[in-house]
Write a protein that binds this ligand. Structure first.
Ligand code: HAS
Length: 557
């Protein structure tokens, strides 16, 4: 029995053609292989930190933590995003990808996979237990850094593929506004390519020569600044594709419409402008950066909250108008009319609920004084598990439930849908318990990124132990959910009944005039460059001119 709901059919069903589907699936499957491995590492690390199990002598907590962070936060997300965007670009530009896009896409996949293998092998050999932020002066094998560089360059090639499709569409549709999904894909890649340039500089000119022993020391301050120049927009690179699913796909799934095409584009432009020049909010507790520059970054951070609030507003508007059109009356009658038993809606919706405290936590982190309380505590780990690990991940799962059948020519059955609902509930409960424990322990001063210890039975540390066990229990539920998800995906790829599954792309209800300025890329890219130079130009110059004595490499594991 198939649940494919036929929502009011204003749009023709445009299947993604085989060549594009194959490319997208190649990315999505590597994403889920990484996800599966990361889930195992995550469960083990939770058990160890919870004091429930001990590791054998041939491995250590930091090796497992690095494997979990790199595979989950960097590999799973990047591959999924590239695959999803390629599929949506194909879907909204007639079903196929431009020849150049396919070539770039496959070249990107090969480079990224080579890089991923290099990085993962060095982690498995215990030569790169530097955690996913690979901060100097911890030193990994040069192959770890070279692998990371290949991963980034590969993702750029994928971005060039999307740009090629966009140019082709514009050439063939002179004067017309581009499809919303395509526009958002282009914005996401402009953000990504701009943000990854500084980390590429860090890796190529600082970390690789230093880890090869070609230079004896490294400028720590500069390397951390270049990392966070990339690190904050990285979280928006995770978030934007989730927003693409919320703005463009979800309204179709619930039988509604895009609330406002212009507002959606404006939100993406704001995210592009303001998500990069904010990296110092990760370095508020670091010496060597003057409070004035930190203040500028904090101000811009609070500005970048606004497009997320615009997104929250749009989502409420879409849900309410759709619910009312379906007969919902009174203040909350519309709420009941939403398709609660459809996992394609339910999973992203639960993700949105997590993003409410996740966003509030972000604002707390960004507030300079309060950051002193939470910085480097496990509160921050709680924050990012309810943002990327819940809001983003649950949205990606929700997308996967229709994306895989749409690309493999199969159907989401009622049973698979029901299993997806169970999987979502396990993920949500596990994440809730784990992140609740993390936030609470963090406020009590428990540090992040530490192996199990009672600090010689210090009473304060002993007070954290129940929370650590709760954290491990939540991690166990997440692991069960991850196994369930992989089983559902195997079923959807190989065993589900054949048939046409719709790739949901919504339209606006009425024809809306989109201001042309929103598609004048030179204006926006110019403004991005201006804001970056304003926020980073002088501090980086200072860090180069007045550098503290550099640091030799350390291998502490
Ligand atoms: Fe963050 C640290 C500030 C968002 C991820 N963040 C991290 C780290 C990660 C991360 C991975 O200022 C750790 C890095 C490390 O390893 O050290 N973060 C923010 C702020 C936001 C924010 C201001 N973060 C995210 C997102 C992430 C993410 C998104 C991943 C995807 N974060 C920080 C700061 C730190 C930090 C500091 C450094 C802390 C330290 O000291 O180390 C904002 O962008 C958040 C804005 C979001 C909102 C929420 C809007 C709500 C929506 C849902 C609506 C719900 C609906 C449901 C419609 C204001 C859109 C309908 C409901 C019905 C009932 C109908």
């Amino acid at each position: 029995m198939v649940i494919a709901r036929k929502v009011e059919d204003t749009l023709p069903h445009v299947p993604v053609q085989r060549s594009a589907a194959r490319l997208s699936l190649a990315y999505v499957w590597v994403a889920y292989i990484a996800f599966g491995l990361a889930a195992v590492a995550g469960m083990v690390q939770g058990m160890v930190r919870g004091g429930i199990m001990e590791l054998p002598s041939w491995t250590n907590y930091y090796q497992i933590l690095t494997a979990h962070g790199v595979l989950m936060a960097l590999i799973f997300t990047t591959y999924f995003i590239v695959g999803f965007i390629f599929s949506g670009v194909a879907r909204t530009t007639g079903g196929s990808l431009h020849g150049a896009a396919l070539k770039f896409g496959w070249a990107g996949w090969i480079l990224m996979t080579l890089g991923t293998l290099m990085a993962v092998v060095t982690i498995l050999l215990n030569e790169a237990s530097v955690l996913y932020t690979f901060y100097a002066p911890l030193k990994a094998s040069p192959y770890f850094y070279i692998g990371s560089a290949l991963l980034v360059v590969g993702s750029w090639l994928a971005g060039f593929g999307v740009f090629a499709s966009y140019r082709k569409w514009k050439r063939e549709n002179k004067g017309k506004t581009s499809p919303l999904f395509l526009y958002m894909g282009v914005t996401t890649y402009i953000l990504w390519i701009t943000a990854t340039i500084p980390v590429a500089v860090e890796v190529l000119f600082q970390l690789i020569p230093w880890s090869l022993g070609l230079v004896p020391t490294i400028n720590i301050m500069l390397s951390r600044t270049l990392f966070w120049f990339f690190g904050h927009p990285l979280v928006y690179f995770w978030l934007l594709p989730a927003y693409m699913a919320w703005y463009v796909c979800l309204p179709r799934i619930i039988g509604g419409h895009i609330f406002s095409d212009s507002l959606s584009r404006l939100a993406f432009i704001c995210l592009l402008l303001f998500s990069i020049p904010v990296g110092f909010h990760h370095q508020l507790m670091e010496p060597g950066i003057s409070p004035a520059w930190k203040m500028i970054h904090v101000t811009l951070t609070l500005i970048v909250v606004i497009p997320s609030l615009m997104t929250a507003f749009s989502m409420f508007a879409i849900f309410e108008t759709t619910g009312r059109k379906k007969g919902g009356v009174g203040l909350f009658g519309w709420f009941k009319k939403l398709p609660w038993t459809d996992v394609r809606f339910f999973a992203p919706f639960v993700g949105m609920l997590f993003f409410i405290p996740g966003g509030a936590g972000g604002i707390i982190n960004a507030s300079n004084q309060i950051n002193a309380v939470v910085h480097n505590t496990i509160w921050v780990t709680g924050h990012f598990h309810i943002t990327v690990g819940a809001a983003v991940a649950l949205t990606f799962f929700g997308v996967t439930f229709w994306l895989i059948p749409a690309l493999t020519g199969r159907q989401l059955t009622k049973t698979a849908n029901r299993m997806g609902m169970v999987q979502t509930v396990f993920w949500a409960v596990g994440m809730f318990l784990m992140s609740l424990a993390m936030h609470t322990m963090g406020l009590q001063g428990a540090p992040r990124r530490t192996d199990y210890t009672t600090y010689m039975d210090h009473p304060l540390a002993l007070g954290w132990m129940d929370y650590q066990r709760l954290m491990a229990f939540g991690g166990g539920l997440l692991f069960v959910s991850a196994i369930l998800l992989i089983l559902i995906l195997l079923y959807l790829t190989f065993y589900a009944p054949k048939g046409n599954t719709e790739y949901p792309i919504a339209e606006t209800e009425t024809t809306q005039e989109v201001p042309k300025i929103l598609e004048r890329w030179p204006v926006w890219i110019g403004l991005v460059a201006f804001l970056i130079i304003l926020a980073y130009g002088y501090p980086i110059l200072q860090q180069i001119q007045h550098q503290a004595p550099g640091s030799p490499p350390f291998v502490t594991w």
